[in-house]
Each structure stands twice: as structure tokens, then as C-alpha cells.
Ligand binder design. Structure first.
Ligand code: C2E
Ligand code: CA
Ligand code: CA
Ligand code: CA
Length: 396
């Protein structure tokens, strides 16, 4: 979302303007009024976490009031596209309810404009009334936090303020490094580092994830070229979000990044979760074929956490199965986990897939997983995610 900073008294928009954006007050406050000079009537003063001008998001009529800032004010612009973008990532049922509510609302507005009496709102006993959410302080606080973090993340992507770490993927049982998974981090000014688990979900709610994925892909390919020696020409394995994968431009993005950075396709692997593949199997099958024709390999990430079905896998030209780290934990716990891993590994072999066991925290575990049929592994036992300068110093 774009931001606007205003001086004291500056107009946000004027009565009669035609607009198609709303504003979230981020800092300071604004005043909603009609008329000018002596005839000015102030309706409301809105502060941080409140939204103004939102009618423009669903209605094309001119603004019915003016809005100006009081003191230095910062606003976040909410566009129609931005709103639709967010709605897409909302639960389908919530989407449906919102669309239906907006539809009824538009109809009511239309009737009022046509001079028809708006239907009187039915009287609802107080006990049955829905809680009015937008006024809720906690909700407002949450929206503000999120919108600020999003603006900072967007800035971090634009200014190369993110960092890539690389974790070795090894051949079992000896632990020889064959490649590296690229894992993103967000270093903060105060020295803290935000983990992807805390900002990827935020990015996924908007198209910011597309920019993030593109940045990660670019940086990982660049560094794999730059540090080819330290990496012993191993491959780099990059996580791609479902949103990016679903873009018609996904293939071109990957192809053009390889070309721009000069990374040989055999040194790139893309990790996708089974959920991403299963959300549109036909499209996925085609795209995977195109990726492979290009020479890059495909890993199915977090295998066993979603549909957990090996049966469909022969429809897809994947190369690698990454066994979710919960399996290493299960094997640590007892023989049941071991039986499951052995069965998965046997079927994967049948399908020509290499199995990488994730989350191996002790070498003994790695040897056991190897005996169960996992030819490759990844985890703290073989190396934590580190940045490449450290990797080089470690003499990898
Ligand atoms: P993932 O793809 O399953 O990545 C593996 C996660 O397991 C990483 O967490 C890694 O640090 C952690 N891990 C590695 N070895 C061990 C181990 O021995 N024990 C335990 N307990 N954990 C281990 P990380 O880096 O925090 O990433 C979390 C998730 O965030 C990733 O899960 C992935 O879904 C997402 N992610 C990370 N980087 C990127 C990225 O660049 N792009 C996208 N789209 N998603 C990313
Ligand atoms: Ca991964
Ligand atoms: Ca994983
Ligand atoms: Ca995971």
C-alpha cells in the first residue's frame, strides 16, 4: 500500500471529487466536514486505525464530504485493486458474505438515490445483534500493525534489505553436501532478525509475495553464481509461493532470472508444496514439464503435511520429495514413524523420486533415515542456515 504524508490543514480530498481510494489513518488525525469557511460543519475526527473515504471503494459517486489533516498526518492509501487483492486471500465463506453484503448495500444506496424510501432496518433484539467489528480497538490496532509492517517489508525488498541464508542438503549417510536450500531472513535496524514464518504469511495476503519471491529467486541465483566455488557447484533450492506459481508469468520469471544471472539451469531447484500443486493439478503438470524442459529440477516440499498422497505423484514430473521434518521427529520417537518413512521411501523410489529427509538434528538420525530409504538429508546435524561469506570461511 502507498502512503501519503500531509501537513496540518492539507486536504485529503474535497466534497465533489471523484475518487476510487480510501485511506487508513496511520499517524495523526483527520477531520471530515462539509461546506467552507463559516458554513463549515465538522462531522467527525478520525485517528490512527480508522478508515475514511471507504465509500469510494464500492461506489462511483463523487465524495459527499471533504477531509483534511489535523497536524502532521500519515495515511495509507487503500485502492480497489489492493482491496480485491486482499479479499482473494480471505477464506471463501468470508468472501461470499462480504460480496453479498456489499451487493445489498449498493442496492440500498441506489434506491435512496432514486428517491425511493430505503427499507427500514429490521429491528434486531440487542442480544442477537452482531458485534460491530470495525470499531473494535484490538482490530484497529492489528490492522495498523500489519499495514506498517507491510510498508516496511515492501521497502526492504526494494532496497535489498533482506538477506539469504543457505542450508546444506547432504547425501546420506556420510553427509557430503550436494546443494543448498535458500532461506530468507529480514534483519532489523536494532539487530533482531525476523524469521520468514513471521513475515511470509503477511506477504502472502497481498501481491507483495510476488515481489518477495522474485527478489529471493534473483538473489539466490546471483549468489549461487558468485559463490560457485564455495558451493562446490552444488545446486541452490529456492522456495516458490503458491501465488507466484499460479502467475502466468511464473515460467518467464524463472527463465529470465536464469538468463540474467547466468546460473546453469541444472544448478537450480524449485521447491513447491503439495498443496500448491494440488490446487490446480492440470496447470501444475504443464508448468512442471516446462520447468523440467528448461533443465531445472522440482522438489515437493513438506511432503506428508498436506494431502499425503503418493498416488497422484506419478502425474507430475517432480524430481525430489522433501519429507517434512515431522517425520524425523516421529522416527526419533519410535518404530511407527520408521515404518511410515520406509513405506514412503519405497514408493518414492518406485516413482523415480529422490527423498530428502528434513529436520535431521543428529547424525545417528541421519544414518537411521538412510537405512529407511532416504538417500539425502537436511538439518542442524549437517549445518544450520548460514550466509555465504560464513560458508566460505568455514571452508565448505
Ligand atoms: P521450509 O521450506 O520447510 O524450510 C525448512 C525450515 O526448517 C527452515 O526454517 C529451516 O531453518 C528449518 N530447519 C532446518 N533444519 C532444521 C532442523 O534440524 N530442525 C528444525 N527444527 N528446523 C530445521 P525457516 O528458515 O525459518 O523457514 C520457515 C519456512 O518459511 C520455510 O519452511 C518456508 O516455507 C518459508 N520460507 C523460508 N524462506 C523462504 C523464501 O525465500 N521464500 C518463500 N516463499 N518461503 C520461504
Ligand atoms: Ca523448503
Ligand atoms: Ca520443508
Ligand atoms: Ca515447512
Amino acid at each position: 500500500a502507498q502512503q501519503r504524508t500531509l501537513e496540518d490543514g492539507e486536504l485529503v480530498f474535497a466534497e465533489g471529487d471523484v475518487g476510487d481510494v480510501a485511506y487508513l489513518v496511520d499517524q495523526g488525525s483527520v477531520e471530515v466536514f462539509t461546506g467552507q469557511g463559516d458554513t463549515r460543519t465538522v462531522f467527525a475526527t478520525l485517528g490512527p486505525g480508522e478508515i475514511v473515504g471507504e465509500m469510494a471503494l464500492i461506489d462511483t459517486r463523487p465524495r459527499s464530504a471533504s477531509v483534511r489533516s489535523i497536524g502532521m498526518t500519515r495515511l495509507t492509501v487503500i485502492s480497489r485493486e489492493g482491496l480485491n487483492d486482499r479479499l482473494e486471500s480471505v477464506d471463501a465463506m468470508v468472501q461470499l458474505v462480504l460480496h453479498s453484503m456489499l451487493g445489498r448495500f449498493r442496492l440500498a444506496m441506489h434506491r435512496v438515490r432514486e428517491g425511493e424510501q430505503a427499507p427500514a432496518p429490521p429491528r434486531v433484539p440487542e442480544s442477537e445483534a452482531l458485534p460491530v467489528m470495525p470499531g473494535d480497538a484490538a482490530l484497529r490496532h492489528g490492522v495498523l500493525q500489519q499495514s506498517r509492517m507491510e510498508a516496511r517489508l515492501r521497502e526492504a525488498i526494494r532496497t535489498d534489505g533482506l538477506q539469504m541464508l543457505y542450508q546444506p542438503i547432504v547425501q546420506l549417510p556420510l553427509g557430503k553436501t550436494v546443494g543448498y536450500e535458500a532461506l530468507v531472513r529480514w534483519p532489523q535496524e536494532d539487530g533482531r532478525v525476523i524469521s520468514p514464518a513471521d513475515f511470509i504469511p503477511l506477504a502472502e495476503q497481498t501481491s507483495l509475495i510476488l515481489e518477495l519471491d522474485a527478489w529471493v529467486l534473483r538473489r539466490s541465483c546471483e549468489q549461487a553464481v558468485e559463490h560457485a566455488g564455495a558451493m562446490r557447484r552444488g545446486y541452490v533450492s529456492v522456495n516458490l509461493s503458491g501465488r507466484q506459481f499460479a502467475q502466468p508469468s511464473a515460467f518467464d520469471l524463472v527463465a529470465s532470472t536464469l538468463e540474467a544471472t547466468g546460473l546453469p539451469p541444472e544448478r537450480l531447484q524449485i521447491e513447491l508444496t503439495e498443496g500448491v500443486i494440488m490446487s490446480d493439478p492440470e496447470y501444475a503438470a504443464q508448468l512442471l514439464d516446462r520447468f523440467q524442459a528448461l533443465g531445472i529440477s522440482i522438489a515437493i516440499d513438506d511432503f506428508g503435511t498436506g494431502y499425503s498422497s503418493l498416488a497422484y505423484l506419478h502425474h507430475f514430473s517432480a524430481d525430489v520429495l522433501k519429507l517434512d521434518l515431522s517425520f524425523a521427529r516421529e522416527v526419533r520417537r519410535g518404530p511407527n514413524g520408521a515404518r511410515i518413512v520406509r513405506a514412503i521411501a519405497a514408493m518414492a523410489e518406485e516413482l523415480g523420486l529422490r527423498v530428502v529427509a528434513e529436520g535431521i538434528e543428529a547424525e545417528a538420525e541421519g544414518r537411521q533415515l538412510y537405512k529407511l530409504g532416504c538417500g539425502w538429508g537436511q538439518g542442524y546435524a549437517y549445518g544450520r542456515p548460514v550466509c555465504f561469506s560464513e560458508q566460505a570461511e568455514g571452508g565448505a
